[in-house]
Design a protein around this ligand. Structure first.
Ligand code: ZN
Length: 308
């Protein structure tokens, strides 16, 4: 059992962890900036994916010293309730505001056609991700589980698979070798956090986001074209027309939106926290492919090599 384990016995851990996901580890706040110098990329398909699935983890990693970049793969043209062109614009503008609310260093949009990403070239999106992971020297990614159970949205699994493929290939010098001619070196991505996107997906990490909740709410309220960010102010306006009000929603739109999110849109985060006595938590399938400084071969050579 790892030292961070929350379970009394390995058997109990096995009982609570989904098959093949390994032991569930609770990741809590770390003091100082232990991740200073490291870079993560959050790769999602739609404006509201990262804020809802991983807004708390993003805020935590940034507070603990990571530099963060966010990549949106679709153009979100189907969501926003307006014409296609207007939807693309509103989602693009809100994506910038949402990223600023969480504290990302920069924002990238790939603009693949929304809901139709299963028709795009797998090689094209993989190549674009490899370029960015190398350029930005990404150490860690956050994205969809590439083999996610119950995933009905092709934009999600297409993005997840491309991310998984790009993570190891961007460390291979002969893949897109022309990047080196441009001074962009191979750089493998060794840590991954896959979202818990649908019920039944595997997870082996529960991140305590309790102290980052206000940042997560800051991000969600910027998601107005989709993601429920303006439902509070809409409800407040409707009630006013009916000459009613809710104390919960306060006296201005900003408060209404924030408190609506807190009251109605964070049920999952509260549920995920409960088994671990946390107020709010997010779930992930975490993979760590960092190798020990000394390999088992090095170790064997050191112990057994004799002089000629
Ligand atoms: Zn989505």
């Amino acid at each position: 059992m790892g030292k961070h384990s929350i379970f009394a016995t390995p058997a109990l851990a096995a009982a609570m962890a989904p098959a093949d996901a390994g032991e569930v580890v609770v990741e809590k706040d770390q003091p100082g900036q232990p991740h200073k110098g490291k870079v993560f990329a959050a790769v999602h398909a739609h404006l509201d994916d990262v804020p809802h699935y991983a807004g708390g983890l993003c805020a935590k990693l940034l507070r603990e010293g990571y530099t963060g970049y966010i990549i949106r793969t679709s153009n979100d043209e189907k969501c926003g309730g307006q014409t296609t062109a207007t939807n693309i614009l509103s989602n693009e503008q809100e994506h910038l505001k949402m990223a600023a609310a969480l504290g990302f260093r920069d924002v990238f949009d790939f603009y693949y056609q929304n809901h139709e990403m299963d028709g795009i070239s797998a090689l094209d999106i993989r190549g674009r991700l490899i370029f960015l992971f190398r350029l930005l020297k990404v150490d860690t990614v956050l994205s969809f589980n590439p083999w996610g159970h119950g995933e009905e949205n092709p934009d999600h699994w297409v993005t997840g698979r491309a991310v998984e493929e790009a993570c190891w290939m961007c460390g291979m010098p002969n893949d897109f070798h022309e990047h080196r001619e441009a001074g962009i070196q191979p750089h493998p991505v060794l840590e991954r956090y896959y979202f818990y996107g649908r019920p039944g997906q595997p997870f082996n990490r529960v991140v305590d986001i309790s102290s980052h909740l206000e940042k997560k709410i800051d991000a969600i309220v910027e998601c107005k074209s989709q993601g429920g960010g303006n439902l509070g102010s809409q409800l407040r306006a409707r009630l006013a027309r009916e000459r009613r009000r809710l104390t919960l929603l306060g006296n201005d739109d900003r408060t209404a939106d924030r408190e609506y999110v807190r009251q109605f849109l964070l049920d999952d985060d509260r549920e995920y926290g409960k088994p671990h006595n946390l107020a709010y938590a997010e779930r992930f399938y975490y993979l760590d492919q960092r190798r020990p400084a000394k390999s088992k071969v090095d170790d064997y050579v050191e112990k057994n090599a004799v002089s000629l």
